[in-house]
Design a binder for this molecule. Structure first.
Ligand code: 3H9
Length: 687
């Protein structure tokens, strides 16, 4: 038997243990090992299927998807478990996901350890469950619930899984092996649990739920192929016997596996894991108390995330009323989460119990890390950092949430520059997952490693970046936005640009985003960028739009018009006239611009700047850039990120187009040296 699967006996019970660290993925050796073990159970009267280490099987081995699957395939193993002559009981712990849950669904009974998380997350990797998940889950959980879980890649806890009928019991034994043996003895005594007629009684393949779900996903999973294929696979479970249904599912799985979205999403899966870890970084410092300076929206959002992750959290603000408002906002947000079933009342209460407010910095004397989220002014930041230097214990990390100021300069008023780091959160901070962890010149490796570990613990996706204007994300965004604005001057309309970008897969168009965040704010940021590029020509539509009081949704008008109480953008004749006037003043003859040009100029502006950032060392890798863009800026995950997408197009073509724009449009388009080098060497960013 392979070293990754063991078979042993306890009396009449055979125990199959999967042991393939780190997450017991169903590699070829594991699949073969389970089949061999099943063949070797002899006269056992029941079988327990369990796994060693921190988790039951967390899925198929994602690294294997790029190649043709090797035999034996997972469906064969699942069918062998289902067809075993004696009852097979799966014991689940840790994260039982994808192929892991499919193995368990093939068994005759499932027992979960408390704290287990279960799910079929395949669509988040651009595939569908390929080993019976779409066939075996619906009879247990019901059609609606199974569709929801599979198409939404939903992970549920053990209690929910019991309620849904996915597991038969939650064990109170101390470990999975004992749990399995206890359950097997029970089955030998009283038989398998009776599940009655099953939850699919009377449901048929033309049930309206399928069409309804597909229509819903057209909106909520726009552009994604796998969720729609998953619906089709579930539908087949209603008119085919198990083995044939699994064959139909397998064919749909293979379509997805070979398709482009699987490659993009798997790239992001590994890029995210690489981005959020420091290779050979020093041990992070540990602490229980965190401080947040500033009780505004950003500060409150950060504090919520910290308290939710188990940190004792102190919010400090000079203004008591602002502190009170922050607490009200936080409790309102918790109430909504409880109402929507995202957390229970006891959890909300525990989080609230970890939050304290104070008007004096002295309340931070026990803090191991403090994040400053105050007004973006060097003078104000200096005042804060002087106070932090005064009250914080030695070894505490001083983090700033600045998006534009020099972090070394912020830290210069302290006697501990090595412990100063940037933590650039995105708004709303309790929702947005990205945190750029900014390494200033003076930041020590230990401070960086601690800031990364802290960010992971508060369930963010931290990406280390260098101290350059705009860091990585906003710097790329600047180039994308100014290119979109130049397109207006040259002949496009805000509606056309936004439609093209949404068709490409962006969550929102660039001008709708600007109207949401405020064009006056955008104009102030634009002024800073002018200082960084004194010799480059800037488009001037934003100046004219703000001059007319069109500051965005808050004013009811921006690049688009808005009706009272409605966020739907409508074309604006006034904006059309503003754009015409700006173009005329600048001597630009407007022309019809095709959609391909709009897409390429916006997306390749991201790619060229991304390449420049990697080339200069401000971003460590193309994977890091892709993760920043996916989590901070609504880039379609199924395209893998701007750098991965450029690779799919081919860097020779990307370079040719960039050079074409450079010849026609001037200095903004000078190709990044890294792009030139890689394209000319026939290489890629992510390969
Ligand atoms: C599937 O099952 C298809 C089926 O329908 C069958 C079709 C035939 N494969 O995340 P972590 C690695 S699709 C290979 O840092 P955590 C990961 O790269 C699959 N490697 O830890 C990392 O390596 P390294 C469905 C995997 O504790 C290390 O394990 N399953 C896999 O924060 C630790 O991971 C999923 O989508 C894998 N399946 O989280 C589950 N999983 O140390 C995907 C992990 O070298 N995985 N690795 O960087 C997860 O969600 C999380 O990794 C998990 C652990 C929750 C398991």
């Amino acid at each position: 038997m392979s070293g990754q699967v063991r078979l042993d006996r306890d009396g009449e019970i055979a125990i199959i243990t999967i042991d393939n660290p780190p997450v017991n993925a169903t590699s070829q050796a594991v699949r073969a090992g389970i089949l061999e073990a099943l063949g070797g159970i002899g006269d056992a009267r029941a079988v327990v299927l369990t796994a060693a280490g921190r988790t039951f099987v967390a899925g198929a081995d994602i690294k294997e998807f790029a190649n043709a699957p090797l035999e034996p395939h997972l469906p064969e193993v699942v069918l062998a478990l289902a067809g075993c002559d004696v009852p097979v009981i799966a014991v689940l712990h840790g994260t039982t996901l994808g192929g892991g849950l499919e193995l368990a669904l093939g068994c005759h009974m499932r027992v979960a350890m408390p704290g287990t998380k279960l799910g079929l997350p395949e669509v988040s990797l651009g595939i569908i469950p390929g080993a019976g998940g779409t066939q075996l889950l619906p009879p247990l959980a019901g059609l609606e619930r199974a569709l929801e879980m599979i198409t939404g890649a939903e992970r549920v806890g053990a209690a929910q899984a019991l309620e849904d009928g996915i597991v038969d019991a939650i064990s109170d034994e101390s470990d999975p092996r004992s749990a399995g043996l206890a359950a097997a003895r029970q089955v030998l005594e009283t038989g398998l649990p009776d599940r009655g007629a099953g939850k699919l009684d009377g449901r048929h393949p033309d049930d309206p739920v399928f069409g309804k779900m597909a229509a819903q996903l057209e909106k909520s999973a726009r552009g994604q192929i796998a969720p729609q294929k998953a619906i089709e696979a579930v539908r087949r479970s209603l008119d085919l016997p198990l083995a044939e249904g699994m064959a139909a599912e397998r064919a749909l799985f293979q379509d997805c596996r070979k398709g482009p979205q699987r490659g993009a999403l798997v790239h992001l899966f590994f890029a995210e894991r690489a981005a959020t870890k420091l290779k050979d970084g020093p041990e992070p410092r540990s602490f229980d108390t965190v401080g947040v300076i500033g009780a505004g929206t950003m500060g409150a959002g950060i504090a919520m995330a910290c308290a939710a992750a188990g940190y004792e959290t102190v919010i400090v603000d000079r203004d008591q009323a602002a502190l009170d408002r922050a607490l009200t906002r936080i409790s309102g947000s918790h109430d909504r989460a409880v109402q929507r079933g995202k957390m229970d009342a006891a959890q909300a209460e525990a989080i609230a119990g970890r939050l304290r407010i104070a008007t004096s910095y002295d309340a931070l004397s026990g803090a191991g890390l403090v994040v400053e989220a105050v007004f973006e002014s060097m003078e104000v930041k200096h005042a804060v950092f002087r106070e932090l230097d005064r009250v914080l214990p030695e070894g505490a990390i001083l983090a700033t949430n600045t998006s534009s100021l020099d972090i070394d300069e912020i830290g210069s008023v302290t006697a501990r520059g090595a412990d100063v780091v940037g933590l650039h959160f995105f708004s709303p901070a309790h929702v947005m997952k990205l945190v750029e962890v900014v390494r200033a010149k003076g930041t020590s490796e230990e401070a960086l490693s601690t800031a990364m570990a802290f960010s992971r613990r508060i369930r963010k996706v931290p990406v280390p970046v260098g101290m350059v204007p705009g860091f990585v994300g906003n710097r790329m965004l600047f180039h994308y936005g100014r290119e979109a604005e130049s397109l207006l001057e040259e002949g496009a309309t805000p509606a056309q640009v936004d439609r093209v970008l949404r068709d490409y897969g962006m969550a929102m168009g660039v001008f709708a985003v600007r109207d949401l965040s405020g064009n006056d704010v955008g104009l102030a940021v634009r002024k800073e960028w002018r200082a960084h590029y004194p010799h480059h020509p800037f488009p001037e539509v934003i100046d004219a739009v703000v001059a007319e009081g069109r500051t965005g949704q808050k004013a009811g008008k921006g690049y688009f018009d808005y009706r009272e109480g409605d966020r739907t953008p409508h074309d604006s004749a006034e904006v059309a006239a503003i754009i015409e006037a700006v173009a005329a003043r600048r001597g630009i003859t407007r022309r019809k611009i095709d959609d391909d040009e709009i897409r390429d100029r916006c997306v390749l502006a991201l790619v060229n700047e991304g390449a420049r950032l990697i080339g200069s060392g401000a971003a460590r890798s193309a994977g890091d850039v892709d993760v920043v863009y996916r989590y901070g800026y609504g880039f379609p995950a199924w395209r893998g990120g701007p750098m991965y997408d450029a690779d799919q197009r081919g860097l020779a073509e990307v370079l040719a187009r960039t050079r074409e724009f450079h010849d026609r449009l001037g200095p903004w388009w000078e190709p990044a040296p890294l792009l030139v080098d890689l394209a000319e060497a026939g290489r890629s960013f992510t390969g």
